[in-house]
Ligand binder design. Sequence first.
Ligand code: HAM
Length: 425
Amino acid sequence: MKVRRPRGTNDILPAETSNWQLIEAKIREICYRFGYQEIRTPIFEHTELFQRGIGETTDIVEKEMYTFLDRGRRSITLRPEGTASVVRAFIENKLYAAPLPAKLYYLGPMFRYEKPQAGRYRQFYQFGVEAIGSLDPVLDVEMIMLPIELYKECGLSNFDVHINSLGCPECRPQYRQALQERFMQIKDRFCKNCQARITRNPLRVLDCKSTKCQELAEGIPLITEYLCQECRTHFEQVIEYLNQLNMDYVLDPKLVRGFDYYTKTVFEIIVPTLGAQNAIGGGGRYDGLVEEIGGESLPAVGFAVGLDRLMLSLNQQDASVFPQINPEVYIAHFGGATKKMAVSLINELRKTGLWIEMDYLDRSLRAQMKSADRLNCNWVIIIGEDELAANAVKIRRMDTGSEDEVGMDAVIEYLMKHREENSNK
Ligand code: HAM
């Protein structure tokens, strides 16, 4: 039997990796402009970090973590998200000693044991940003602007920003209680999952995808009616800045998100055409997490973009962000001394920074031309016995079929001149 990849994982093949690299380059460039620096944390952490950070009663901690005992019998978990790890690293490496806020970003795989479907995988890729050490609502807005900048630069147009405030430990318990009391009256009518959530974590009911549970949650009290003065003012300031910057958003008082660490602002970016898994990014403020993980009390805010879903949306919307990349030159030879000449020439030509290919299978000229054509090369350089004797090569332009004989010393000059002429056309 063939060994297959584990369920919920993907192979990202060469035809796609160039697109991923392009998006990653855009991410790094945007983070540079916004002043965020990369942090790289381990892919696995002590399980306790996520239990404490994400919350014991969240779906992720209850059902979705890849947790195992290592050979030293320590409980280890593959990271299901990046925020808890970044906060741990911030505390452990005393990044609070540098000027605050610490502005950090990361890129990499995350792991959740979810039911795989289109856009939902067990290993998926996130780009995340965290700003630790400031309560300024300007930063909440920056966390929304930054991914939007990325989406726009990728050519994505059809997305909505949903935003809400989840209050803080002062005001949320009252809301939690009001919600619980309301749900308790009709508890039996909810799905099995929600029945458990009602007692343990009633806000999570608002995130249930079942239409029946959503209908039952119509007309419920809304968190925005329960916010304390501080949370209310903070939320108003966020909205004011969003308006000032002409950013579109949808106020969504039922937006709760899947982590217990959130306080105040939360947001999600949705591509309506993506189907059931339509969130391409989300985040919010988490003013209690640094203390929860053992640091001093410092406010923080962040987001993460799901890169797999961003790729799906870009392909779906035919965003023309991805250029076709093909080799510039293919060097064809006839073996023996002509092959030796090809090896020297490829070595020289690669110094120009261009993508150069040659034949590695000692095939006929016809087969080599076919390869060059399939690879979409712009030029083929042919080195035959006659050319070798004349210390020259034949250069064929693949789109017109025209050929020139060029002295060996003049090959680079010839290619550069003609490339420039073509790009000016
Ligand atoms: P999250 O909403 O769980 O937030 O994940 C962010 C994004 O990752 C989602 O919007 C989605 O695009 C993508 N994503 C999540 N799960 C999967 C999956 N199973 N398959 C494919 N893509 C997925 C967080 O992870 C928070 N740490 C964000 C944050 C940072 N909040 C504050 N700072």
